[in-house]
Design a protein around this ligand. Structure first.
Ligand code: MG
Ligand code: ZN
Length: 246
């Protein structure tokens, strides 16, 4: 976002605005899945190997959790490991601003429900989101975390377990609200497919220095119809919403 001048956006009534957030490297300043490998660093090697075999990411993470369980890492160890994973500067303020202005806010993430619920609850942000779409995860009675694929889809560019465009379109079809504008905040490859489905009058807030912005400014530049706004800090995201909301 250019800070030397105040950009003029067409003001949108809060009730007609949908805010969509990615989680890893967007709301939090890191990747939850690779963060947890700090517990037992050889699991990072396991991830690389299984990626080479062509395994779906969700199944690789379930394998990682199996190994961590066999190495006697418990839920408390996960909690301790995640303590150092912080929300990106300004993102908590952004979530609280959106909640206090009654903007519908959702998460679509390829992380999992345990990591996301835990981190949102830890930082008292859970009630700022009306829906969270992610791979379902849960602790079994023997103390092992399990994760499953979110859904099946026909998209050829997204990972097998999750097409965020399909999630967004299903969410829009299911909710009674007819939104005037969608703001999508993300950083990664998985955010490209939903971003290209957005229309003029929507906004893509793409993190500077990350893949999504590179695609949107490069090879996918001709396909994008929404306004693309780079951000480095969550405070710029906050400022954008403050300027957009009536
Ligand atoms: Mg991300
Ligand atoms: Zn897709």
């Amino acid at each position: 976002m250019e800070s030397h001048k105040s950009p003029i956006y067409n003001k949108v009534k809060q009730a007609r605005l949908l805010a969509v957030f990615d989680f890893d490297h967007t709301l939090v300043d890191g990747n939850t899945d690779t963060w947890i490998t700090k517990l037992h660093p050889c699991t990072m090697q396991l991830i690389r190997e299984h990626q080479q075999y062509g395994w779906c990411w969700t199944n690789i993470m379930d394998k990682v959790f199996e190994v961590l369980h066999s190495e006697k890492f418990l839920k408390n160890d996960f909690v301790t490991c995640l303590e150092s994973l912080k929300f990106t500067a300004g993102m908590k303020e952004t979530c609280n601003y959106l909640q206090s202005n009654s903007v519908s806010t959702i998460i679509i993430s390829d992380s999992n429900s345990y990591f996301i619920d835990h981190l949102l609850e830890r930082d008292s942000l859970h009630c700022t989101f009306c829906s969270i779409y992610t791979n379902p995860a849960g602790w079994r009675s023997d103390g092992r975390l399990h994760v499953e694929r979110f859904h099946e889809h026909e998209c050829t560019v997204c990972p097998l377990n999750l097409c965020k465009r399909k999630v967004l379109q299903t969410h829009l079809a299911d909710c009674a609200e007819r939104y005037e504008s969608i703001v999508y905040v993300g950083d990664g490859h998985g955010d490209l497919c939903p971003s290209l489905a957005l229309k003029p009058g929507d906004y893509i807030l793409a993190r500077d220095g990350y893949k999504l912005l590179k695609y949107l400014k490069g090879e996918k530049g001709e396909e994008v119809k929404a306004d693309v706004i780079p951000w480095s800090s969550g405070f710029e995201v906050l400022q954008f919403f403050q300027q957009l909301c009536e």
